[in-house]
Ligand binder design. Sequence first.
Ligand code: DGL
Length: 276
Amino acid sequence: MKKEFTNNDEASRPIGVFDSGVGGLTVVKELNKLLPNEKIIYFGDTGRVPYGNKSRETIIHYSLQVAYFLMKKKIKMLVIACNTASSVSLPTLKRHFHIPIIGVIEPGAKSAIETTRSNNIGVIGTLGTVKSNAYKKALKKIKRGVNVTQDPCPLFVHLAEDGWNNNKIAQLISDEYLKAFKGKNIDTLILGCTHYPLLKGVIQKSVGDKVELIDSGKETAKEVNRILGKKKLLNSHKMTEKNHSIFYVSDLPHKFKEVSQRFLSKELKHVHKVKL
Ligand code: DGL
């Protein structure tokens, strides 16, 4: 896509990105690749992770707190990188704030519909994401006749965080979870959780080469590019030592730094602990 840059004040503001913890860095990685000039203010709710097994009310309450924090940083757009928070909090956040806000569900669903030939799509995610039926609803909104099979894979989050993403145990767990799709004739599988792109290798082995894996983070970065381009809010200034992305967490910044290496393949310098 042709990028339309603008140099006004608003365009030079950062993009806010939040997740329940470190997983949203898979989205940051895609944003950095596609939009290297964009400064990101990230919030990882490491003190309260996981969101995946919490109630709707709690997830909405946390999401609002995080969004208020990021709004104070004068962000020009908000990206909910967490699939669980996107599934349940997006409408509430859109009602509260008047900047562009997107989650990862619609971009992932759109890409799955463009990919499928059999109209049989699989979705894996946290318990919260699967229970919310957010992907199913988004898929059916685009194409009513599509068949959707969902399965929660909660242990994947721990495997990814601990670096156990490509060993025998990970393969065994993946094979066990993905049995749910046997006989469903799926040709497309949505990786509906921030952490799952790190387990792509074992997941692909479990479902076989013929199934296309959809990385919602990658699709979300494309959508951010499209929205900012349309609103003439893409930043043309290169990031500098002084004007760089900043990462905030609600607990254990050192652990965040350590684990972030696995997600971003680089060391993060600016990680700060804050109280919301
Ligand atoms: N970030 C979450 C998601 O994408 C996974 C971790 C959690 O349960 O909080 O759903």
